[in-house]
Design a protein around this ligand. Structure first.
Ligand SMILES: Nc1ncnc2c1ncn2[C@@H]1O[C@H](COP(=O)(O)OP(=O)(O)OP(=O)(O)O)[C@@H](O)[C@H]1O
Ligand SMILES: [Mg+2]
Length: 229
């Protein structure tokens, strides 16, 4: 685990980059250097989009520190994991459609009840589904698998795009880490998504890991079953 200083260093850099360009464009306008209105509009639009990136980063950072500190106890309840994930999948249909993708459910399990805080768990799976869409577009579909293993519920989120390089796998859950390809493709992420998902899942006594091959990428999560007490 990295220390607090590493977090601050990483954050400062990631906040400064979009802020520098916002300031650059605004300064240009402020100094009346634009010749025409369309030019002003153009720069305002860029500054606006960079500001959105900044806001997402700040929101994610807030979420990351929140789920990582023990100060906020999760409010746990008995949760029907399959119904919960199915609903999330339905809610991602607009995003899937935009990417010309569909989703399929591979159901190998009976009921899967766990103890969870739905509010946090939504965040964890939204990140996984968004990633499957963002990075798996070429495969045309996202597959969601349900199964049981011993006393644990297993949920798998899979996509069929390009594989994650073996050299990236050990770092993929680290905060701010983005694989070389994604960094160069300007997909606009901050690299906090999987770090947040992992923290949330671990706070539910769950486990997450990834497997990737040229055919498919699977994010696999395990949770202990809910036990009546
Ligand atoms: N399903 C996937 N298929 C292929 N690569 C993936 C997948 N999910 C994540 N990755 C790789 O792991 C990196 C880290 O993912 P993570 O969700 O933490 O950050 P991000 O998506 O880049 O940004 P953010 O989630 O903060 O918007 C991604 O940049 C991408 O390179
Ligand atoms: Mg992500």
């Amino acid at each position: 685990m990295n220390g607090k200083n590493d977090l601050i260093t990483g954050v400062s850099h990631d906040l400064r980059t979009p802020l520098t360009s916002v300031l650059g464009f605004l300064e240009y306008i402020e100094q009346d250097r634009c010749q025409e209105e369309v030019e002003i509009r153009y720069y305002v639009n860029i500054a606006y989009n960079k500001s959105l990136v900044l806001r997402k980063l700040i929101d994610d950072l807030f979420e990351y520190t929140r789920v990582n500190s023990g100060e906020y106890p999760l409010v746990m309840e008995r949760l029907d994991l399959k119904a919960f994930i199915r609903q999330l999948a339905e809610e991602s249909v607009p995003e899937l459609t935009k990417a010309e993708m569909t989703y399929e459910i591979d159901d190998q399990a009976g009921e899967l009840w766990i103890e969870a805080s739905p509010k946090e768990l939504v965040r964890a799976y939204e990140n996984l589904i968004t990633n499957a869409i963002r990075y798996g577009r070429s495969g045309g579909k996202v597959e969601i698998g349900f199964s049981k293993k011993g006393n644990e519920a297993v949920v798998r989120i899979s996509n069929f795009g390009e594989m994650i390089a073996e050299s990236d796998i050990p770092f993929i859950f680290e905060r701010f880490y983005r694989a070389e390809k994604s960094r160069s493709q300007h997909t606009g992420g901050s690299g906090l998504g999987l770090a947040i998902s992992k923290s949330i899942i671990e706070r539910h006594n769950g486990v997450i890991y990834v497997e990737s091959s040229p055919l498919r990428t699977d994010f696999i999560t395990y949770f202990p079953f809910f036990i009546e007490s």
